[in-house]
Design a protein. Structure first.
Length: 305
C-alpha cells in the first residue's frame, strides 16, 4: 500500500500567515538565503509540512509558526438593488454589489452568478469557490425563480411558447414554469422559473414573444428564498442548515461548523450591520461619479467579520 501523501504548504504562505511579513517580503528573504528549515537553507518554491519538531529560522532566529485555521464555508444572501454592477471594481466609480458586503479576514466573497444592472433581488455570495462554480454550472440545473412585471399583450399561445421553447441567438431556451401573479391591462406580474443563468435570459425570452420586461426581481435560488424583511442593499449570512442544503445540492460534503452568531445575538448584530451598510452605500451612491471614483476607500470602514 502506498504511503498517504503529506500535507504541505509553500514556505512563504506559512510564514506570512504567522505574521513574519508579506509573501513578497518573504520571497525576497528566500532569494537572499536568509531562511532555513531544520538547518538547511530554504529556496523559493519550497513546500514543507510543519511538525512540532520543525525549526524555521530567519537570520538564525527561530520563528513562531501558527497552525492553519480550518476554512469554514460561508454563504451570504444579499438583496441587490437596481443600479449596482456585479463586478468588484468599476472604472467609472459606479456602485458594485461588493461595496456593501462585510470585509473578511483571510477570505473573500465570491458571487454565485450575476444579475444585470437593471435587475434586483437575491444574489448569493460564498467563500467557497468550488461551491460557487458548481451552483452556477448548467449541468446542476439549480432552479431560479423571478418575479417579472411585463408590458404587452399576453396570450395563452405566448405562454405556451415560453414554456415549450423559443430560439435565442445563443440557442433554444424556455421557462420551466410561468404563473400569473396579478395586474391589469398591459402591466402584469408573473413568476417564472428556469434552471440556467444565461446573460439576460429572462428578459430575452419575453422579448422573443414581443413582450417587454419593465421590472425583474430574483426571489429564489434553489430552495433559498429572498429573506423576508431584508431591505434593498441588505445582507444576511446563512446558517449551517441552509449552507449545507446548498453544498449537498451540488454534491459537496456538509459543513460541521458555522461562523453565524447564535440566534438572539445574530438578530441584533444583523440589524445594526444592515442599517450601517445601507446608510453608508446610500451616501456613496448620492455622490457625483467623479468623487466616488476618487474616494473609493470607503471599503476600509466595512464591518470585519
Amino acid at each position: 500500500m502506498s504511503a498517504k501523501p503529506q500535507k504541505t504548504e509553500k514556505l512563504q504562505k506559512i510564514l506570512a500567515r504567522s505574521g513574519h511579513g508579506s509573501r513578497r517580503e518573504i520571497e525576497t528573504f528566500l532569494k537572499e538565503g536568509r531562511i532555513s528549515v531544520d538547518g538547511k537553507i530554504a529556496t523559493l518554491g519550497d513546500r514543507i509540512e510543519v511538525k512540532p519538531a520543525t525549526k524555521i529560522r530567519l537570520d538564525g532566529r527561530i520563528l513562531a509558526i501558527k497552525e492553519p485555521e480550518k476554512e469554514i464555508c460561508r454563504v451570504m444572501a444579499y438583496y441587490k438593488p437596481e443600479g449596482e454592477l456585479c463586478t468588484r471594481h468599476d472604472p467609472e466609480g459606479r456602485p458594485t454589489v461588493f461595496t456593501r458586503l462585510p470585509k473578511l479576514v483571510g477570505a473573500r466573497w465570491i458571487a454565485v452568478g450575476r444579475l444585470d444592472v437593471n435587475t434586483s433581488g437575491l444574489l448569493l455570495f460564498t467563500t467557497d469557490g468550488e461551491l460557487a462554480n458548481r451552483l452556477m454550472h448548467p449541468s446542476r440545473e439549480v432552479e431560479r425563480e423571478y418575479a417579472v412585471r411585463v408590458f404587452g399583450e399576453i396570450t395563452d399561445a405566448k405562454i405556451r411558447q415560453l414554456t415549450q421553447g423559443v430560439q435565442l441567438e445563443d440557442g433554444p431556451a424556455a421557462f420551466k414554469t410561468v404563473s400569473f401573479r396579478g395586474g391589469e391591462g398591459m402591466n402584469q406580474w408573473y413568476n417564472v422559473t428556469l434552471t440556467e443563468g444565461r446573460n439576460r435570459e429572462v428578459r430575452r425570452l419575453w422579448e422573443a414573444v414581443g413582450v417587454q420586461v419593465s421590472r425583474l426581481i430574483r426571489v429564489r435560488y434553489g430552495d433559498i428564498d429572498l429573506p423576508k424583511g431584508l431591505p434593498r442593499g441588505g445582507w444576511t449570512e446563512l446558517g449551517l442548515q441552509q449552507t449545507n442544503y446548498l453544498r449537498e445540492l451540488v454534491g459537496l460534503e456538509a459543513e460541521t461548523e458555522t461562523k453565524v452568531a447564535v440566534e438572539r445575538d445574530q438578530r441584533r448584530i444583523k440589524a445594526n450591520q444592515i442599517r450601517r451598510a445601507v446608510k453608508r452605500h446610500s451616501q456613496v451612491a448620492a455622490r457625483p461619479a467623479s468623487k466616488r471614483q476618487s474616494s473609493r476607500p470607503t471599503a476600509k470602514r466595512r464591518t470585519r467579520i
